[in-house]
Design a protein around this ligand. Structure first.
Ligand code: SF4
Ligand code: SF4
Ligand code: SF4
Length: 244
């Protein structure tokens, strides 16, 4: 990767490779925490009565930058929002959101962000997009597979290009590129419209990946048979235990 002017100063000290591995290993949205109890509440007053209302992952996700980079180690913004909601994940894990997002999370969740501010100032990331040096591209498609918002166009053995309006600057396409022909450039802060688009594209991709995984299981009878036989064995074990 060749970083364009200005970015070196903002080099993020985080270990990107390790964090990317974490992101890759995170399960797709929809397989995550589904049946858990929220851990964050706010006090609401109605007709003179006060009661506690849970804070939903959607309320948290709307604050997050939608870069979908996985640097928080949860594999995407909504998975991080779910982890804050159900697992009490810390509020200081989003470098693309920087201090602004940290403070908004603190306000929503009624947590003091002050202890995290200095560290966040250092690790905050600027808004970025990726650009392919097209003449050098060998059309291997590895970047397409890595892109969490499907912002790359191209097919096998053909030059690839990035749609700047859809790229979140997550940098996930950089490491897989075997010829290192993707640059990162700093751009002005994303609009709400671009963030909403990134959220929609991320969710659509997650659903597609989940569907492909399910179809793969169906088209792979040996894996289905193994799973069914495992379930039957488990039922038999429970039954035997009950009969004792
Ligand atoms: S933008 Fe922030 S919340 Fe979203 S995936 Fe990246 S680190 Fe996680
Ligand atoms: S093109 Fe690269 S930097 Fe842009 S969103 Fe896709 S993976 Fe991230
Ligand atoms: S990973 Fe690099 S070489 Fe391969 S298609 Fe993408 S930009 Fe081209």
């Amino acid at each position: 990767m060749r970083r364009l002017e200005g970015l070196q100063k903002n080099e993020n000290p985080l270990n990107k490779e390790a964090l990317r591995d974490g992101a890759k290993s995170a399960p797709p949205q929809g397989e995550r925490i589904q049946q858990m109890t929220p851990t964050n509440f706010r006090t609401v007053s109605t007709n003179g009565y006060e009661y506690m209302k849970s804070i939903t992952p959607e309320e948290i996700d709307i604050i997050l930058p939608q870069t979908q980079c996985g640097l928080c180690s949860y594999g995407g913004c909504m998975p991080y929002a779910e982890a804050i909601t159900f697992e009490k994940a810390a509020i200081n894990l989003c470098p693309p959101g920087g201090v602004k997002t940290l403070k908004k999370l603190g306000e929503l969740l009624q947590q003091d962000p002050t202890p995290f501010i200095t560290d966040m100032e250092q690790k905050a990331k600027p808004n970025m997009v990726a650009v392919i040096r097209e003449p050098e591209c060998i059309g291997c498609t590895k970047c397409i597979q890595a892109c969490p918002v499907d912002a790359i166009l191209g097919s096998a053995k053909q030059m690839h290009t990035i749609i700047a309006d859809e790229c979140t600057g997550c940098e996930l396409c950089i490491a897989p590129c075997p010829v290192d022909c993707i640059d990162i450039v700093i751009v002005p802060e994303s609009t709400d419209e671009k963030k909403n688009l990134a959220r929609t594209r991320f969710n659509t991709r997650q659903k597609r990946l989940l569907k492909e995984k399910q179809e793969k299981n169906i088209s792979n009878p040996s894996s289905m048979i193994k799973r069914q036989s495992y379930i039957q064995d488990a039922i038999a074990r429970v039954k035997a235990k009950k009969e004792k």
